[in-house]
Design a protein. Structure first.
Length: 1030
């Protein structure tokens, strides 16, 4: 294993038939396949391969008559982002589909870009300003802050797109878009105006989700609910007209401070306890106001105290009650979440937690606090800064969701938008049933400013100009003072794509632009068509829209997918994409979502450095099963020696000591920044070893083929001669190969990525490497007959050619390198197609100008098609029986410790004569692959004594054991081992029978014990079987 190192190896250039790959100087110039290194080092090739693809324009695309387009627009990552494992999963899946369709001959467009990420980006820059200059956005002002953010974006905003190249993403980088580009900004303005003109946009004062930290509105989907421990307080509100023993009404609340904004107490109309009080009033403590007692069926009869404090300005349910009963709606909070001047003087300026303590203390002094109980409930938090959300009464712009929802639902019900897996369709449709109007205005400065203006003269009294406080938002600076325009809810907006100041009717008048910007998801909802030139009717829009496939996670079905469908239907009259592929979430070994803040997030760039991009991609595809979450047990790599060790479950001390080199290094601690020293270790997962091992297998198999065949034999390959000399073993691998083409193609058509990876793994590792290459070795020697040697050569070249094509969308780097090496030995054409002309073509390579020549990169070569005439079920069944017998002999060897070089006597007793005929026809393969003497096969075969035994399909296989082992000695060894194993079984059973262990030990420890017991029992059964065989 290569140690993790950031040091880049020195490089030279490798010339390969029209392609130039940058590679490590450790490898001398590979003028022939004989020079292929014995081991594949991805760091020596990957950057050079990608540079060559870009130089040749392999990923570029233009509308082309007669060619079917295939379009994917990538989910634009935030400009604040760096590549994480979720991006690796998402973009690897997109690239697989793009490369596959490109090879199928489609005009493919994978369109990249980034999102301006309004709140997230402004937060990053504001924090940077506070740290480096001790300034807030209000110190700089809107114009200067936006300049600073653009400068930050120019410096860092493209980082993630550069990192996507390391994954192998085959995007048309010349089309890179940014959601604040002028073209996309124009699209945003056009969409806003059209929605407004259709009556689907309105401005009004409503209760919204408010983040006091970001000082902005959030949609329901941007609020994350977290279950927290709290307390519920009973408060007594004195009746203004006490009745008998009842002096007050008791309400219960988790937020006593909001009682300062109460405007009523509600009871259920059928609650006999309080019916007589409806219409009367209570005195609101501390505020010294009388508020009415009202009856409303929103209360649950018999729940709690039966009385509800109604705070319309700070609770959604109370807000609706307030509207029904025409109550006063009092807002007691400022924009930064502090109590305002609507509350008594002693509480003004307090944050909610401080106010809660102060209000409770004041109420206790008056004897108005009852029981206090522990309580657990869900509390909304800002999805960006995790501040507790406040319901807040403010004027905002809203999208009328009902008409748009109907368009989106119709597109799905008509099957024009299909979800994969299909179960996500129900989740998507359910959202539309419960959706509220979408608040799209945000009280920040970075983003698309709303294209609405207000004429002061045309709205007398509706627009007020006030002086802004030091840490308050402001709209302009006049005479050295910061001023702010308060735009009333009744002010009439001028909604237009262009500044209305130039219009005749507004010349000489004062125009105030709406200061808010649009929700980032508004511009993202236009992404599939704004990136192609809308609102203009461009050739790109005509050709590439609707797009084909959207690949995304379930976490943004509501945020993004649903809104894109709505806006696509509204703006374009067509669905934005035909297929929505929902992939799982990446988890660690304990089932927790991977993230940097949790200290369990694997950096894909570290994985690429350690294993290679192909290894990472293949592992991801192998595990991407129909939208299920993907688990990667996490380990940590010593930065000094490359040793891998388990990441501790509990991490409080950031310093670890390497178990091998004994040097200290730093481990990530959840929610804590890294220390300046010692050097930090990198997180890893052994799961990626499967991908690396597979990449090595591909390299070694190709290297064997390319270095073992005779160029003279390649030159003699012709269709008639090859067809005549083919053996059944050749027909078997050709049948299996065509089966793999069929299975992989079908899996990709169905978006079953794991099935595609597994089919390729099985075919290449087992069928091609384990059987075909091994069977071919004797046929490639000078001693074999020329026709047989040429046929074997032709089959190996053909299968390798098709295998590299099939593997390319999954593992693009290694396959492109090997494709160039294959061209040196056998140029594309008859030599790699069993002597027949190569008819399959895909895209014409920009590098060569002609499909099918040696210089055509694999990325633009043709995807294989199934040759039905080569599919042979009978031969496949015959060889399945042969290989089953080979595996059975190997199992007996392994179980009994018999050396591989020891030739064995094998007897196969079949139940049917045709089974014997099938095995006898190719029994030389049994002799070669299992290293046995000519076997006895038939229904009348007698079992030797003593014998090793394996059950086959329709037969029993025996190996004569006499003379191979000391029977009594081996039997004694096995009995002793059986005794130890059975003791372990009893100990484990006893432990699991103990209630104190099962109920008291951690669940993972109990499960580990159960797993051990299963292993002991399995081992015991196998030992007993081996003893019986002796």
């Amino acid at each position: 294993m290569l140690p993790l190192s950031r040091a880049a190896p020195s490089r030279t250039m490798l010339e390969t038939d029209g392609w130039t790959f940058e590679r490590d100087e450790r490898f001398h110039s590979m003028s022939s396949a004989q020079d292929l290194p014995t081991q594949y080092d991805p760091r020596a090739f990957e950057d050079g391969v990608y540079a060559r693809w870009e130089k040749a324009g392999v990923f570029g695309t233009q509308p082309t008559a007669g060619r079917k387009p295939y379009t994917i627009v990538i989910p634009p990552p935030n400009i604040t982002g760096v590549l994480h494992i979720g991006h690796a999963l998402n973009n690897s899946l997109q690239d697989l589909l793009t490369r596959w369709r490109r090879m199928q001959g489609h005009e493919t467009l994978c369109l990249p870009g980034t999102d301006h990420a309004g709140i997230a980006t402004q937060n990053v820059v504001e924090k940077m300003l506070a740290k480096t200059e001790q300034k807030s956005r209000y110190d700089l002002g809107r114009e200067e802050l936006i300049k600073r953010i653009w400068a930050w974006r120019d410096a860092y905003g493209g980082t993630i797109l550069k990192q996507l190249r390391k994954l192998g993403a085959s995007c048309d980088w010349s089309r890179t878009r940014f959601t604040l580009d002028e073209g996309l900004s124009r699209a945003v303005r056009a969409a806003f105006v059209r929605l407004f003109e259709k009556g689907l946009l309105y401005r009004g004062k409503y209760l919204v989700n408010w983040c006091p930290r970001c000082r902005t509105t959030l949609s329901d989907d941007e609020v994350e609910h977290e279950e927290l421990n709290a307390q519920i307080y009973e408060l007594h509100y004195p009746l203004t007209r006490p009745a008998g023993d009842r002096k007050h009404l008791t309400v219960a609340t988790t937020r006593p401070e909001t009682m300062l904004g109460d405007t009523a107490v509600a009871v259920h109309p059928q609650d006999e306890r309080y019916r007589a009080f409806v219409g009367q009033t209570v005195r609101l403590p501390l505020a010294d106001r009388e508020i009415p007692i009202i009856a409303d069926s929103a209360l649950e009869l018999g729940f709690g105290t039966g009385c509800l404090k109604v705070t319309p300005g700070h609770d959604p349910v109370d807000y609706q009650i307030g509207l029904r009963h025409k109550l006063d709606i009092i807002s007691i909070l400022t924009e930064d979440g502090r109590l305002n001047d609507r509350v008594p003087a002693q509480f003004r300026g307090m944050d909610p937690k401080t106010a809660r303590k102060a209000v409770l203390a004041a109420l206790k002094e008056q004897g108005l606090v009852g029981d206090i109980k522990d309580y657990r409930h869900k509390v909304g938090h800002c999805y960006r800064c995790h501040t507790v959300i406040e319901p807040f009464l403010t004027s905002q712009w809203f999208v009328n969701m009902k008409p748009l929802s109907e368009l989106a639902v119709k597109a799905t019900e008509e099957n024009r938008v299909q979800f994969h897996p299909e179960r996500w369709t129900k989740v998507y449709l359910q959202w539309f049933k419960d959706v509220r109007d979408w608040p799209i205005s945000r009280q920040i400065w970075w983003g698309h400013q709303i294209p609405a203006w207000y004429c002061v003269e045309d709205n007398p009294g509706a627009i007020k100009k006030i002086e802004a406080g030091k840490d308050e938002p402001y709209d302009a600076v006049e005479n050295g003072k910061k001023v702010r325009y308060l735009i009333g809810e009744n002010a009439k907006p001028i909604v237009t794509e262009q500044d209305p100041a130039q219009l005749p009717q507004y010349r000489g008048k004062t125009l105030v632009r709406d200061p808010d910007v649009l929700d980032t998801w508004f511009s993202s909802a236009l992404w599939p068509f704004s990136t192609l030139g809308w609102p203009d009717q461009t050739p790109d829009l005509d050709y590439y829209y609707p797009t084909d496939t959207l690949v995304t996670s379930r976490g943004i079905i509501y945020f993004w997918v649903a809104r894109m469908v709505m806006m696509g239907e509204f703006c374009m009259g067509k669905e934005p994409f035909r297929h929505v592929v929902i992939h799982g979430t990446v988890l660690d070994g304990e089932g927790a979502v991977m993230s940097k803040s949790k200290g369990n997030g694997i950096d894909p760039l570290d994985i690429i450095e350690r294993y290679g991009a192909d290894a990472m991609r293949f592992t991801i595809f192998d595990m991407a099963t129909e939208g299920q979450d993907i688990r990667f047990p996490v380990s940590i790599v010593c930065p000094h020696c490359g040793e891998t060790q388990d990441l501790p479950k509990k991490r409080t001390n950031p310093i670890m000591k390497c178990s091998k080199c004994r040097k200290d290094f730093q481990q990530p601690v959840p929610n804590e920044p890294a220390l300046p020293e010692p050097v930090e270790g990198h997180l890893d997962s052994k799961r990626f070893e499967k991908g690396r091992n597979f990449a090595n297998k591909v390299w070694n198999a190709a290297r064997f083929v390319l270095t073992s065949i005779d160029p003279a034999d390649v030159a003699k390959i012709d269709a008639a001669g090859v067809e005549k000399a083919l053996r059944d073993q050749d027909r078997w691998i050709l049948s299996r190969m065509n089966g793999a083409v069929r299975d992989v193609t079908k899996a990709l058509e169905d978006f079953e990525f794991s099935k595609a990876a597994n089919a390729l793994y099985t075919f290449f590792w087992d069928d091609f490497c384990a059987w075909t290459i091994e069977l071919s070795k004797p046929r490639l020697t000078p001693e074999s007959t020329p026709p047989d040697r040429i046929a074997a050569t032709a089959v190996l070249l053909h299968v390798l050619d098709r295998s590299l094509r099939l593997l390319h969308p999954l593992c693009p780097f290694i396959t492109e390198v090997l494709w160039a090496e294959l061209a040196k030995v056998a140029p594309a054409g008859p030599a790699r197609n069993l002597g027949r002309p190569e008819t399959a073509t895909a895209g014409v390579s920009p590098a060569s100008g002609a499909a099918g020549t040696a210089a055509v990169p694999l990325a633009t070569s043709a995807w294989p098609k199934v040759e039905e005439a080569r599919v042979n079920a009978e031969i496949e069944a015959q060889y399945a029986a042969l290989f089953e017998a080979v595996r059975a002999v190997r199992n007996i060897r392994q179980k009994n410790g018999i050396a591989p070089k020891q030739r064995l006597k094998v007897f196969i007793k079949t139940t049917e004569t045709h089974e014997a005929q099938r095995l006898n026809a190719e029994k030389h393969i049994l002799e070669q692959m299992a290293n046995i003497e000519p076997p006895q096969i038939g229904p009348d075969v007698q079992k030797p004594k003593p014998a090793g035994h394996e059950v086959l399909t329709g037969a029993d296989l025996y190996v004569a054991m006499a003379g191979l082992i000391d029977i009594e000695k081996e039997k004694a060894r096995l009995l002793k081992e059986l005794e130890r194993t059975q003791t372990a079984v009893k100990q484990s059973e006893s432990r699991l029978a103990s209630d104190s262990f099962v109920k008291g030990a951690p669940p993972e420890k109990v499960q580990a014990e159960r797993d051990r017991l299963a292993e002991y029992r399995e081992k015991s059964a196998k030992l007993q079987e081996a003893i019986e065989e002796l």
